[in-house]
Design a protein around this ligand. Structure first.
Ligand SMILES: [Zn+2]
Length: 435
C-alpha cells in the first residue's frame, strides 16, 4: 500500500514535470470579418498552430492614412475582435482594410490584408442599385426614378467639374437615397445637425441624400454642389495640406449655376457694412454663425467667379494642379493667376468698393479686480524634491496610455468626422437659403 502511494506520488510528479504538448504559433489560418450596421464589426482569425505571444488587429479606414492597432487576447486556436458600432459609430459604405499581426520574440508575422465593407444593412432597407456614369445610385422603396435622376445629374456635374479642374475622377461615387428621415439620420449617426438634408464624405466618395431634405430643385442643386467637392478632392489631393476651404466651397457654389450672380448681393451688403471676411480667416474653417458662414460661401464663390472672368477657366485647372503638386495656397493661386496673392485679394475687395480687411488687434487682458476669498496656506514642503506644482509626466502621454489603443481609435474617428463638416456646414447654408 505504502509502495503504491509512493509510485502514485512519483507518477504525479512526473506528470507535472513532463512537458505538456504546448501549441506554437505557426502562422495564420482563415481570416473572416462580418458586420451588422449599427451593431458590430467582428473580425476572426484561425491560429492552427496555436497563439503567438502577442496578437494585434490592424485596421485602416478608407480615406484615412492612419492605422488603428487593437491588441487582442487570442484563444488557443483562434482569435476574435469585436468593434461595437452602436457605441463607436462608423459611417455606412466605409471600407475597412484589416490584417492581423503576430509577434513572437523578434519574429513578426503579418497576415494577408483583406477588406470589409461596412454597409447599411438595416432591416427593411432592400437596396437596389444602378450604375449611371461614374456614380452608383442606391435606393430602396419607391425612390427609383428620383435616384436615377440624381445619378444623371451627378454625371453632368462630374463632367463639368472634371473639365473645369482639368482632372478626372479617380474612382466611382456612391449615392445613397433615403426615403425616410429616420433612415437618413440613422446613417449619419450621432452628431448630425437636425437641419441636414444631404451629407457628403469626399474621402469615402459617398453622398447621402434625403428625399424630404428639400424641394426637388434644392436636391438637384445640392447634388451638383456635392459631386463638385468629390472631383475637387481628386484634383487637389496631396500629402501636405488641404486646399483653402473658401476655394473648395466657393468652387462648389459657383458650379451650381456656373456663376456667382446670386451671391454678389450678400457680399455687397457686407462690404457696405464693413463686415467682409479676410480670405486668410476662412482658409482653415468657416465661421460658426449663420450670417458669417453664408458670407464665407458667397466670398468664395464670387472670388472663383472673378478668377474665371479675369484669368479664364484654365486658371482654375492650373490652381488645382499646383495644389496637387503640393503647393501652398498662396503659391497655387499665383500659379493659376500669374499675380501675387495680395494683389488678387486687393483686386477682389476693390471690385466691391472695399479695402482688404485687416487683422483686429486683441484687447489687452486687464488685471483681475475680483476679491478672492481667503486662500488656504500651502503646507510646508517636506524634502527638497517636493514640487508644489506637479509637472506633466511623460508616462501620461497619450501614446503610452494603457487603454489598449482606444485613444488611437478616438483619433481616427475624430479624423473621419472632420471630413463631413464641410458638407454639414454647406447644408446649413443651403437649408437656410431654401427654407
Ligand atoms: Zn460644400
Amino acid at each position: 500500500m505504502r509502495r503504491l502511494m509512493q509510485l502514485a506520488a512519483v507518477a504525479a510528479a512526473l506528470a507535472l514535470a513532463a512537458p505538456t504538448p504546448t501549441a506554437a504559433f505557426s502562422g495564420f489560418g482563415t481570416l473572416t470579418a462580418t458586420a451588422t450596421y449599427d451593431g458590430e464589426m467582428r473580425f476572426s482569425v484561425q491560429l492552427p498552430g496555436g497563439a503567438p505571444e502577442q496578437l494585434e488587429l490592424l485596421l485602416r479606414f478608407a480615406g484615412s492614412d492612419s492605422t488603428v492597432v487593437a491588441p487582442v487576447d487570442p484563444g488557443s486556436s483562434s482569435a476574435e475582435y469585436i468593434w461595437d458600432t452602436a457605441d463607436r459609430h462608423i459611417t455606412p459604405n466605409t471600407t475597412i482594410a484589416y490584417r492581423w499581426r503576430a509577434t513572437n520574440g523578434e519574429q513578426v508575422t503579418l497576415s494577408p490584408e483583406k477588406t470589409l465593407l461596412y454597409d447599411d444593412d438595416r432591416p427593411g432597407l432592400d437596396w437596389h442599385t444602378a450604375k449611371i456614369g461614374a456614380a452608383t445610385v442606391h435606393w430602396y422603396g419607391g425612390a427609383e426614378s428620383q435616384a436615377r435622376h440624381f445619378g444623371s445629374i451627378s454625371a453632368d456635374a462630374a463632367a463639368a467639374a472634371e473639365t473645369l479642374l482639368g482632372h478626372d475622377l479617380v474612382g466611382p461615387i456612391d449615392i445613397f437615397v433615403y426615403d425616410s428621415r429616420d433612415d437618413f439620420f440613422g446613417a449619419l449617426g450621432p452628431g448630425a445637425r437636425e437641419w441636414t438634408g444631404a451629407a457628403t464624405y469626399p474621402e469615402l466618395r459617398t453622398i447621402f441624400m434625403w428625399l424630404g431634405g428639400g424641394s426637388s430643385s434644392y436636391l438637384e442643386t445640392t447634388m451638383t454642389h456635392e459631386v463638385t467637392h468629390v472631383v475637387f478632392r481628386d484634383a487637389t489631393t496631396n500629402p501636405f495640406h488641404d486646399p483653402a476651404t473658401w476655394f473648395n466651397e466657393g468652387l462648389a457654389v459657383w458650379s451650381e449655376e456656373h456663376s456667382a450672380a446670386d451671391q454678389e448681393g450678400n457680399v455687397r451688403s457686407a462690404a457696405s457694412d464693413g463686415r467682409l471676411l479676410a480670405f486668410g480667416g476662412i482658409t482653415e474653417s468657416f465661421p460658426i454663425g449663420d450670417q458669417a458662414a453664408r458670407l464665407a460661401y458667397s466670398e468664395g464663390a464670387t472670388m472663383v467667379d472673378l478668377i474665371v472672368d479675369t484669368y479664364g477657366q484654365d486658371a482654375i485647372a492650373a490652381i488645382a494642379a499646383a495644389w496637387r503638386d503640393g503647393a501652398g495656397d498662396d503659391e497655387a493661386l499665383e500659379a493659376g493667376t500669374g499675380v501675387p496673392v495680395d494683389e488678387l485679394y486687393d483686386t477682389y475687395f476693390a471690385s466691391f468698393g472695399a479695402a482688404a480687411p485687416t487683422a483686429i488687434e486683441p484687447a489687452p487682458i486687464l488685471p483681475s479686480n475680483v476679491d478672492k476669498p481667503p486662500q488656504p496656506t500651502a503646507p510646508a514642503q517636506v524634502g527638497e524634491s517636493a514640487s508644489p506644482v506637479p509637472s506633466p509626466s511623460p508616462s501620461q502621454a497619450p501614446g503610452q496610455a494603457d487603454d489598449n489603443g482606444a485613444w488611437i481609435q478616438a483619433a481616427i474617428i475624430g479624423g473621419i468626422l472632420v471630413g463631413v463638416i464641410v458638407a454639414v456646414v454647406a447644408n446649413r447654408r443651403r437649408g437656410s437659403r431654401t427654407a
